[in-house]
Structures are given as structure tokens and as C-alpha cells.
Design a protein around this ligand. Structure first.
Ligand SMILES: [Zn+2]
Length: 293
């Protein structure tokens, strides 16, 4: 991925950003965001604006749209150049970047920086989700809470504490991660998540021996468990090292960078960490993020 200097050189003007956004958003040519019509025409007097007659109630009044309509950049007073810079910063910070840091960097108010970060996180939602294959590790973890003596490395399978949020995740070794916030780590929820996230053709689902995973064989998955309770961490291919690493990065990011993340916004932070992980070796991660946003 390019350096910040290269980014600023590549996108020196608003127009250069808009050209890039147009290309990434509509790689096969501009289509109407409302009806999908590809026979739109550019408005001669307004660059990066188009009009569609197909979905207009009266042909005399075509539907007009800009390059940013329907994206996270829509209706923003902040120049695209600045958005690009913030996105770059976010994609390049393994543990995330705080709104305070962004505020200093772009010289805008804290609320603006905060809002931009959240909009970008919302844009990073995986839109082309594919079920995980190969060997997949599944685990749940607890995040947040007001307890001053939090032990992030410790697992609390019995109780997550009333003010902690429960997150479940699955990671394919050498592949993608999927995670989401859940209300309760009960068998029904865990089964539902596994069926949603993992292909039945998977080679192996590796978990610890938490009771919630006991149904996986019955559901048709090849399941292996290690007993963390008895300090058993690896049996052959069965271990949960990869998801453990992902949790520790996520927690270090959330505790170290954001300090306090409420349940309301936790899913957005999950988007961010998942997007970075799943595109960690994609040289075009920036372009992909722009296309998704
Ligand atoms: Zn249309």
C-alpha cells in the first residue's frame, strides 16, 4: 500500500479524488444508483453529476445524482481529499486510529473527526460475504465493561459480566475472519452463527470445550475441541491460536486506542478490524475500501 505522501501526491485535488471514486464505484461505467439504468448522461454544466430518465416520474425532470450520492461521503462539507486521508490512516493502523488523532491530523473539530471515522467504519461492512472454508476456528470473547481490573487475556466463558459485550468470531486459517456482537453465548446463538459463517464443506471446526459448541457434529460439521480449562491448547490441528490472536489485536486496539467502546458502536469497530484483517495482503485495499464506501 502507498505511503501517505504518495496518497497526497496521487490525489492532489478534489477532481482527482472524484475521478478515482467514479472509477471504483462504477468500474463498468456509471449507472443510476436509484434504478440501475446504464443509459445515464453526464450533466454538461456540472462535472461528476449525471442524470437518469428511466426512474424519473416525468422525462422532463430526470433524476440527477452526483458521484458521492449513496456513499459515506454524501452530504459532507469535508473535501474528499480529507476523507481519503482519514481512510488511509485507518487502513494503515493495525490497532485502529482514534478520532482525537484524526482531529489533530486534519485540523477539524472532534465531532467531525469522530463522525468521519464512524461513517468509514460503516462503509467497511463486507458486502460480498463468502462462507469460510478449510480449517476454521470459532470462539467468543467479551469486550468492554467498567471493571478497572480487566484481564483481557483471560477467558470468561461462564459470565461475561453484565456490562461487557459478547462477540463471536470465526477465522479460517490463512483466510478471512467473520465476527459479530451477540446477546447471549448460548448454544442456539453459537449454532446459528456457525451455520451462517461457515460452509458445511469445511474440513474442521476447532473450538475450545465450551458447552455451547457440543452440537456442531450433529449439525454436520467435523468438530474438534481443546480443553482450555485443563490447559490443553493444541491437539494436532485443533487449536484456536488464530482467533486468539485476532481477539488480542482487537482488544489492544479497543482498549489502547479507543479506551471505551459502547455496545452501540462496537459493531462498527468490528467492521474496521475485520476489513483490515481480510484485506491485509490486498495491495489495492484502499481502492476496495473506496468502492465499498
Ligand atoms: Zn434511474
Amino acid at each position: 500500500m502507498m505511503t501517505l505522501k504518495q496518497l497526497l501526491e496521487t490525489f492532489p485535488t478534489e477532481d482527482s479524488c472524484k475521478v478515482f471514486l467514479t472509477e471504483r464505484r462504477w468500474p463498468k461505467g456509471v449507472t443510476c444508483p436509484r434504478c440501475g439504468n446504464s443509459k445515464v448522461y453526464a450533466l454538461p454544466s456540472r462535472p461528476f453529476h449525471w442524470a437518469c430518465r428511466a426512474c424519473a416520474p416525468k422525462p422532463r425532470y430526470p433524476y440527477r445524482f452526483s458521484v458521492s450520492v449513496g456513499t459515506v461521503f454524501e452530504n459532507s462539507n469535508v473535501p474528499l481529499k480529507t476523507w481519503f486521508e482519514v481512510l488511509w490512516q485507518m487502513l494503515n493502523s493495525k490497532k485502529g486510529v482514534s478520532a482525537l488523532q484524526i482531529q489533530r491530523q486534519i485540523g477539524r473539530s472532534y465531532p467531525t473527526a469522530w463522525y468521519m471515522c464512524h461513517r468509514l467504519r460503516a462503509g467497511m461492512q463486507d458486502k460480498e460475504f463468502q462462507k469460510l472454508m478449510g480449517i476454521v476456528e470459532v470462539d467468543e470473547t467479551y469486550i468492554g465493561g467498567k471493571d478497572k481490573n480487566r484481564h483481557w487475556g483471560k477467558k470468561h466463558h461462564v459470565t461475561g459480566g453484565a456490562d461487557k459485550a459478547t462477540v463471536i468470531g470465526a477465522i479460517s486459517r490463512k483466510g478471512n475472519v467473520v465476527c459479530k456482537m451477540i446477546e447471549k453465548a448460548d448454544t442456539k446463538t453459537l449454532n446459528g452463527f456457525v451455520q451462517e459463517a461457515i460452509s458445511e464443506k469445511v474440513d474442521l471446526v476447532a473450538t475450545d470445550d465450551a458447552g455451547g459448541y457440543r452440537d456442531l457434529n450433529r449439525l454436520g460439521y467435523r468438530h474438534g475441541a481443546v480443553s482450555h480449562m485443563t490447559h490443553q491448547y493444541v491437539i494436532g490441528a485443533v487449536h484456536t491460536c488464530n482467533i486468539d490472536n485476532f481477539w488480542s489485536l482487537l482488544k489492544r486496539g479497543i482498549v489502547g486506542t479507543y479506551h471505551n467502546v459502547s455496545r452501540t458502536y462496537l459493531p462498527l469497530y468490528l467492521n474496521e478490524f475485520v476489513f483490515r484483517h481480510n484485506n491485509r495482503s490486498n495491495p489495492d485495499i484502499f481502492g476496495l475500501a473506496i468502492a465499498e464506501c
